[in-house]
Design a protein around this ligand. Structure first.
Ligand code: PLP
Length: 412
């Protein structure tokens, strides 16, 4: 609903009203237009840098593991990064066909076998896995820890590279790809330096590989005001990447891939909650909502505030921000706020009004916790044409898992 002109004003608030009438709150709301726009932003930047034929995009599935959303991404011609067998089954059960790459932490022989059997490329992160995978597959990649501290939980360390070479020599096999992950929320400078480091390692140790996977981690600025300022500076990044590819003379037949998650999903999702009660204590309005930390834990874990919009009970937007408030969740957990800290809010927030938490499309609903027994929230997709599709049903009081609907239901 955000970020598009025709979604402003009355049309938008009518949609919220309809959504609330149909599924109540709390509800996650996604915009197909924004999701597609986020992919197109990356693709345009690739085009501008003449890298469109060179770079493959695999969106990290766990960022928002709703197959309906990945169906939209598949239509945009991008693939998905998986890290576990269940994820494969989820996409498969939807009949979704899209390019897949597996970038896990550590897989059992059984799970590794599962992916190898499907002829999927697995970026393994332990010498033992490499030994196992190379015996059967010709497209195995290795996940490398290139951090200065060499303390990433996952990834082969620099001092293990000789062991990797020995395994390849002994089995007379080659590693197909190198994969790296710089850490989530990495800024432009860090990711340019990361690409440079990866290319150096490619030149020195892995000049025979056919793919260089630069991973995800592309920062999204939740505090910025404009959409473009929030998103990762893709155009500048790919321009720099193109010059590094030239500088390091990476051959044309070596594919480059990236695995963005947050930047693709973040502003494509919102979370709508109701205000159940308001009580002012020591000058700060304690706003008790039907939302909770358990629906969107990452904001609290990462100590991140989100922009909010506030609507009265008739869905008229309330612009006043001269008061302050804490946004409480509805469970007994002592730290249950939608996100931590005091927010600027209307002087008098009314019981029965609504709060819309913005930019919660990434690592939001997919992190819903069973702890504290809140039934999962409903999820609604606003299609390009403005049609409302219920894509996840809110559970019954005894339910605990996300009810992703194979066949979305129309609302309205
Ligand atoms: C292997 C891998 N690829 C991609 C991602 C996506 O990262 P982000 O959402 O920060 O872009 C992650 C995130 O943890 C990851 O572990």
């Amino acid at each position: 609903m955000v970020n598009s002109d025709d979604d402003k004003g009355e049309m938008k608030t009518n949609r919220y009203r309809k959504i609330v009438e149909h599924c109540g709150t709390p509800t996650f709301i996604y915009s197909e237009k924004t999701l597609k726009g986020n992919v197109q932003r990356i693709k345009r930047a690739l085009d501008d840098a003449s890298l469109a034929d060179r770079v493959d995009i695999y969106a990290a599935y766990f960022t928002n593991s709703h197959p309906r959303l990945f169906e939209i991404l598949a239509e945009q011609g991008i693939g998905a990064t998986l890290q576990g067998v269940e994820e494969y089954h989820q996409l498969h059960s939807w009949g979704l066909k899209l390019p897949l790459v597996v970038s896990p932490t550590c897989l059992s022989d059984k799970d590794l076998e599962f992916f190898l059997d499907k002829q999927l490329q697995v970026n393994v992160s332990l010498p033992e896995e490499l030994e196992y995978a190379l015996q059967g597959a010709s497209n195995t990649g290795v996940r490398l820890d290139l951090s200065a501290e060499q303390r990433q939980r996952t990834g082969l360390k620099i001092d293990e590279l000789d062991e990797i070479k020995q395994i390849c020599r002994r089995l007379k096999k080659q590693v197909h790809a190198i994969h790296t992950y710089p850490g989530t929320g990495s800024n432009f400078q860090k990711l340019v330096k990361h690409a440079e480091d990866v290319f150096k390692v490619y030149k020195k140790h892995f000049s025979g590989v056919k793919e260089i996977n630069l991973g995800g981690g592309f920062a999204f600025d939740y505090d910025a005001d404009s959409t473009e300022d929030k998103h990762f500076p893709w155009r500048e990044y790919f321009a720099k990447l193109a010059s590094l590819i030239d500088q390091f003379q990476i051959p044309n037949n070596v594919r480059i891939s990236i695995e963005p998650g947050r930047d693709i999903f973040a502003d494509a999702g919102e979370f709508l909650v109701s205000v159940n009660r308001v009580h002012t204590r020591r000058g700060i309005q304690q706003v008790y909502t039907d939302g909770s930390y358990v629906f969107m834990p990452s904001a609290t874990i990462r100590e991140r505030q989100h922009n909010i919009r506030i609507y009265d009970e008739h869905f008229r937007e309330v612009e006043d921000r001269s008061g302050s408030a804490e946004l409480n969740g509805c469970t007994t957990l002592s730290s249950d706020f939608l996100f931590p800290g005091i927010v600027r809010a209307p002087v008098h927030i009314q019981k029965g009004s609504y709060i819309l938490v913005q930019d919660i499309g990434a690592y939001g609903s997919c992190q819903h916790m069973e702890f504290l027994n809140k039934r999962p929230a409903a999820e609604v997709l606003v299609t390009n044409e403005g049609v409302l599709q219920l894509i996840t049903e809110s559970g019954n009081p005894t339910d605990k898992i996300r009810y992703a609907l194979c066949n979305p239901k129309l609302i309205g």
